[in-house]
Design a protein around this ligand. Sequence first.
Ligand code: C2E
Ligand code: MG
Ligand code: MG
Ligand code: MG
Length: 292
Amino acid sequence: AGARGQEEQIGFYDRDADHALARQISMEAELREAVERGEFVNFYQPKIDLKTGKLAGAEALVRWRHPQRGLLQPTEFVPVLERSGLVTQVGRNVMQQAMEDWRAWHDAGLKPPQIAVNVAPAQFRCDSLFDDIERALNTAEAHLKPLSIEVTESSLVSDQRRVVDILNRVRELEVPVAIDDFGTGYSSLAYLVTLPVDVLKIDRSFVVKMTQDANYMGMVQTIVSLAHNLELKVVAEGIETEEEAKFLKLLRCEQGQGYLYGRPLPAEEFGKLLGRGTATRVDTGPTVDTGA
Ligand code: C2E
Ligand code: MG
Ligand code: MG
Ligand code: MG
């Protein structure tokens, strides 16, 4: 009976794995069509200068307008894009779209801020990354520094020489580089400090726990000091409460991003925010001065 039970279990697991694999394959096929049909759109979330409260930047975040399932969040499809290699093409389009939107806002006299685009590890393995960045930049007014990039530690650990070389060239274009989700990766600090980057972006998981747990508060404090000692700027992501904002300001963290200041918005809505000169939370929260 023991052996039979085992067999059944194995059978069960195999079927499960089959299903998972089948789901991924069908999603890949769907994503391929979505790329061709142009179903991806950029949303933009404000980044705030914590000292002045003014708009300091925005992050482009991709969404999938699925014909049947509506608007899908990146957690539902970015991992499949990464596994299938499609992220290279989608990421290139997100960057190009960001600079076209920046250009349209600029031409409308709206003073758009610098826009950060996420660059996936696979894009670093693709020969066209630097050219893609240069092309996108030339769509906008390159001298107004319209673009920055965000990379995760996982991009930085493999083929270090090559990645460092690309980052150096990107920074020569005056496109700042941020390490995203800082603190969640496994790369060594010794290695991270030698990287050609400009900004550390503290992961949301630290910010969430910071005001509840002294250990996390200590870690955030340590990350900010580390960054400042290395002459890097710090952005905290996922700020949802005034209390979190207050502590981050005390620590001299330069910028903040989170629902407290604004959720990711469709390009049109973000343009309206720029036009109003201020962004107000849905409830009667603080206003964001866009400097317009
Ligand atoms: P990320 O780059 O760390 O982006 C920040 C994520 O945190 C965004 O989720 C944003 O909506 C969310 N967020 C910001 N403030 C708050 C807050 O106060 N509370 C909470 N609960 N969440 C907040 P989103 O848009 O779902 O994106 C998730 C991840 O998907 C991104 O994390 C990024 O890793 C990836 N992603 C998004 N767009 C792209 C893209 O164009 N290319 C690539 N390669 N990855 C992307
Ligand atoms: Mg990011
Ligand atoms: Mg992040
Ligand atoms: Mg994060």
